[in-house]
Write a protein that binds this ligand. Sequence first.
Ligand SMILES: Cc1cc2nc3c(=O)[nH]c(=O)nc-3n(C[C@H](O)[C@H](O)[C@H](O)COP(=O)(O)OP(=O)(O)OC[C@H]3O[C@@H](n4cnc5c(N)ncnc54)[C@H](O)[C@@H]3O)c2cc1C
Length: 445
Amino acid sequence: MTTTTVSPIALLGAGPAALALAIALRRAGLQPLVLGRPRPRPATEGLSWRVAQGFEQLGCRTALSLLKAPWRRVSAWAGTTVEMNGEFVVERQALDAALWEDARRAGVALQPALVREVEHRGEGGWRIHWEDARGGSHVTRAGFVVESRGRGAPKWAADQAAAAPRVALCRAFTGARRGRRTTFTESFEHGWAWGTLDAAGAAQVQLVLHPDTLKAHGGDVDAAHAAGMHQLPMCTALLGPSLQPAGGTAVRGIQAVLRGGTCLEDGLRLGDAAYGSDPLSGHGMFEAVSGALAAAPTLRTLLERPADAQAAREFYAARAREVFAQRLQAARAHYAGETRWPHAPFWQALQAGAAALVPVAQPQAAAIAARPVVENGFIVRRRVVLAPGHPRGVRFIDGVDLPALHDALRGGAPDPSMETLAAQLHQPPGAVHGALRWLQAQRLA
Ligand SMILES: Cc1cc2nc3c(=O)[nH]c(=O)nc-3n(C[C@H](O)[C@H](O)[C@H](O)COP(=O)(O)OP(=O)(O)OC[C@H]3O[C@@H](n4cnc5c(N)ncnc54)[C@H](O)[C@@H]3O)c2cc1C
């Protein structure tokens, strides 16, 4: 027998994207229902301070307690080895379970569920067919759906952009040299490696390869991984000579993709279900959490302020497109720094125009225009400064409203003093000075 329930907002998935948004919505007084199952396989991933800040902002104490101190980070790229800012290392099943617990503590309604099918019967008419842990069938009717089931989530529309797929092979080892907890990145002829070494000598090495490299090994993932390990001098020196595999090689697909239909009137896509970036940037979890912080005001506006719904949809879709394009460009610039194997298929394919996948119109000169922005938890149209490098606009510098400062400069007495401007804008003179300098750099003052 199938049971039917009703929920105004259903979030599909149980990863960082779904859980961060659920907490943000709950804090804003909404009651979303999370329908998700835990990720089926373990994975070790790195995350930055900015993700930790996102967890802090959302009060995710259980997740934060897993992070401990950042690990030392070493990179051997383009023949140069450098030590960089540290990163946190987490086991993803543990992190996702911690976020689930944080969502529970925040009062979110959580339903362990395997979502089987999602029907969209016109605006506000979603039916989610799901199974509980005992295989019981259920239907939840929802007015708004957030698709956050990761990179494998069903599409709502054709992809806006998709880069060539890559494959990641990850293997765990024991017997590595004991020492400081370290993460490392190293480029080689057939791709690049990211790995971790803990203080007890346990290590993980993840190789990112062109799919043809795997084919060249007849699909034997252990052999392909072992061959890659032989091409990593920095990794070999760091891990030492007594390394022993602990289990087989796990495979994960990789593809930078911007999905279509990121924001509908009654639904949005979030995290990897909206866009996925190259793991070289290590930004996947950051995008999930920062995307959730942008999705919350978008969703509230769509539900509570129909007059601003169009602005909300524009805001969310433009953000996804621009962030995706920025990540692609950053990854491409990083790959371009490695020039030692220009004819190797991995490097050749990467340098062949990935950044052109999503053209984002860049303002040629600074100008003032109305654009959707976040204000008090909702999306509204406000005047901002569009400038080269800032296609969605900048509204405040040091708390000073830039268009208001621009108006004050144009409309007031010639050469006003900083004190006069500060009094007019109700901001301290130091802040107004900073904002003025920014406008001057854009040739708007
Ligand atoms: C090889 C590789 C290495 C990476 N390394 C890093 C890294 O070091 N740092 C980093 O920040 N990011 C990394 N990423 C990216 C990161 O894993 C993702 O960007 C991030 O997990 C996205 O979070 P999400 O919540 O959108 O999706 P996911 O974390 O994929 O969560 C999706 C959730 O939906 C659930 N789900 C799926 N299908 C169903 C269903 N039918 N019913 C119910 N629930 C379902 C899943 O179980 C899971 O809980 C890496 C990715 C890859 C492929």
